[in-house]
Design a protein. Sequence first.
Length: 455
Amino acid sequence: MGFSSGHRGFFKFENITTELKPEINIFEAVDETLHYLDGMGSNNHSYSLKQLKKEKLVTVTGNDSFISAQYINPSDKSYFIFEGKNEGKGDLALVLKINGKEICKTKIEMTLRGIEKYYQKWTLSATDDDIVQMPSSYEPNGDLEYKPKTDDYVIYVHGWRMLPGEKKRWAETMFKRLWWQGYRGYFSYLDWPTLWVNSDYVSLLSNPENFDRSEYRAYQTGKYLAGILSDLKNSPHGGKVRILAHSMGNTVAGEAIRQLPDDGGYLLTYIATQPAVSAHAYDNTLPNDAPFLFNGINYGPDTPEVLENYFVNNRWKMFPGGMFRYFNIKDPALKGWEKNNFLKPDNNYHYIGNEISYTPAPAGTDRFFKDIGNGEKDLTFNIELERYEILSRCVESRSKTLGSVSGHVSGFYDTDLNDKFEFGSKDYDHSRQFMSNIIREWPYWNLFMINCMLK
């Protein structure tokens, strides 16, 4: 369609059938491909850089929105990018007028939905004494207006120190990036009650109990996630569930998997990305290399490594797609985990006994206990909540984290994020796949799709 003198082209919404009025922003596209998102599948970002230079042409509403003739190719197709601005439903029309008179029109029905209509979530809360409150139902919340094309199911489990808005934003970022990778299945995230420090990121050294209280909550949340996975097994999603857990979210995922029976069908693939859990919990053959020296002071170890091999049986659960760990030996957040580790036991928590092996009564005299008012309370490893207190607030790991230890960890397929994607040593790199732009992180999410058998 070519324009000459007196010709004008307009976009507009017609036949609007919702109370909300649909609106979109229109940009000129570099071409008809998605290379502006993927950098042509490499570090060559020429397409994306060209697209970034394209300014918004117009916002389309229910009124005529003029498009300059220079953006219409008279001899071939013209390509645009539509960006949703406001929800609603109507017909998007392209109208050609000559001297103000409409001479032709083409239109397409369009429904614009908020992203919340494309995914679901589970939300847990906790009391002031860190007891996680779990719903009686395992049904996720959310008005899923979008009907997924497959029964594939992806669950995202966030990490520590996340505000509610961040949890939502990161989950939506993950969903959108999987969408552009071609994923058309179900997506949900588990909103568990991690504690927030504050906006200036108080270090673990000045407030270690904040981290450990969150870890205590994470272990408890694992029981609820195990219930979710059991529920999904007996649904059309059985055998098609994938989990991506980030940072402390891997304590949630690890405890959930530990509680699952060995009969299979609960998970297809588990991806532990930048996991903030002890590597020895999965593989005690790894080096005893946790740094207990800090500023020249030897801080430990003060306790036996009770969590050694705690998750070892997770390696034998039936995951047809496998378990993957995405690690970065330069990860600064996981170095913070190491510093927190050697400060255990926390204030008001104690251990008396052999620092090598744990032999409690009646066979031995080793004790984990905590101060309560004017007395003490022994903590018993066989009582679930007390075990979680011991694991999160008392015992020290002898290894680095699953997310920072080098070499192979038994039971996992390993991906070095530093070597493969140049994740580095800045705070940002612990969560870069959620915080950086889609072009830079395209290869990371492409690997996720491949590892989850979705490509």
